[in-house]
Design a binder for this molecule. Structure first.
Ligand code: SAM
Length: 326
């Protein structure tokens, strides 16, 4: 078991498979983003080794993210290897869905359990404006492919004021009346070069709830309002699906945080919104033994920050979201 000094059991690792992406969402990275040379990113065998070491510390849930995880060469094989690692119970992926039409089945066959697909609006023009390069129809194709495999599906929408904060939110929430999906609205968080835009455009959970309820009726708390992971869940009357809110800004959930992140360049990041990181790649490439790496990981986890400092205007400037792995 990997405990931090506040007694939290850290057992969930989110791995950024690559800092690259086939979209340029306005809230995620600048359009002219430059990426790291591939040699500076973790190689397949290094990822698999680290997953084994984390599993040895009691981590049992792993999420592949990025950048865009589906553009990583060998992603199916990476999933297969992670699924075969003793101690691994759940593998999920966060993806923009563009490549799922051909990858959903191989990923499911390789042992993936769940996919979180990002779709910020159903409107093709607004989708293009938000993602700069994307076609919403391609995401739908990916969603349908994932559904056909039986993978558990959650949809993620980041809400940005004056982009998708009104009828888009209602249209997305309405999907839960027809599908057993969780549609989750994510409050925008500030990072690096994009922080000013993000801070100006954040839309809080309370406002989103009001917008949805004004059109679709009451949102009733599920599980007496308990968090499901990082999301507070609600349900529209008679809906098979759920509406979730991930409200790191207005309702932080740091007290129950059980996660750590592995960046594409092999740093252990203990809080998404704090710059502190622990370098695992350099010692690994210098020949560190499993015991030595375990010691570095445990020490890093022990010092996991209590929580983010957004309320005190502490904003992480050293990376944007795609490099950390959202
Ligand atoms: N490319 C994949 C995707 O689009 O889902 C995975 C990586 S992306 C960084 C992971 C999630 O982070 C997505 O749901 C994305 O919308 C969200 N995200 C990106 N920037 C964000 C920000 N500034 N605040 C909140 N969520 C953000």
């Amino acid at each position: 078991m990997a405990l931090d000094r506040f007694g939290r059991n850290i057992n969930y690792l989110r791995i950024s498979l690559t800092d690259r992406c086939n979209l340029r969402c306005v809230y995620c990275m600048p359009e002219d983003m430059t990426f790291r040379p591939r040699a500076e990113l973790l190689q397949d065998d290094e990822i698999i080794r680290l997953v084994g070491l984390f599993a040895g510390l009691g981590f049992h849930k792993f999420r592949l993210t990025g950048g865009e995880p589906t553009i990583r060469a060998n992603v199916v094989n990476i999933v297969k290897e992670i699924a075969a690692t003793p101690g691994v119970e759940k593998i999920a992926m966060t993806t923009n869905g563009l490549l799922l039409d051909r990858l959903a089945q191989p990923l499911a066959d390789a042992g993936m359990h769940r996919v979180n697909i990002s779709i910020d609006t159903l409107d093709p023009l607004k989708f293009k404006k938000l993602t700069r390069w994307g076609e919403v129809e391609d995401v739908w194709r990916g969603i349908r492919a994932a559904q056909a495999t039986g993978l558990e599906i959650k949809l993620n929408a980041v809400v940005v004021r004056n982009y998708n904060d009104r009828e888009d939110v209602v249209d997305l929430a309405r999907l839960t009346l027809y599908q057993p999906w969780q549609v989750r609205f994510i409050e925008m968080m500030p990072f690096g070069d994009v922080a000013d835009f993000q801070l100006a455009g954040v839309v809080t959970q309370d406002e989103l709830q009001q917008t949805i309820e004004a059109s679709l009726g009451a949102l009733m708390p599920v599980n007496q309002g308990e968090l499901d992971g990082e999301a507070s869940l609600y349900q529209l009357e008679n809906a098979p699906g759920r509406v979730g809110f991930i409200s790191s800004v207005s309702h932080p959930f740091c007290a129950s945080c059980n996660r750590a992140r592995l960046t594409a360049d092999g740093r252990l990041r203990l809080c998404l919104l704090r710059e502190k990181e622990v370098d695992l790649m350099t010692p690994m490439r210098a020949g560190a033994t499993d015991n030595e790496l375990h010691a570095i990981m445990k020490q890093g986890i022990w010092w996991k920050p209590w929580g983010h400092g957004l309320a005190q205007d502490v904003i992480p400037l050293n990376r944007v979201m795609s490099e950390i792995g959202g």
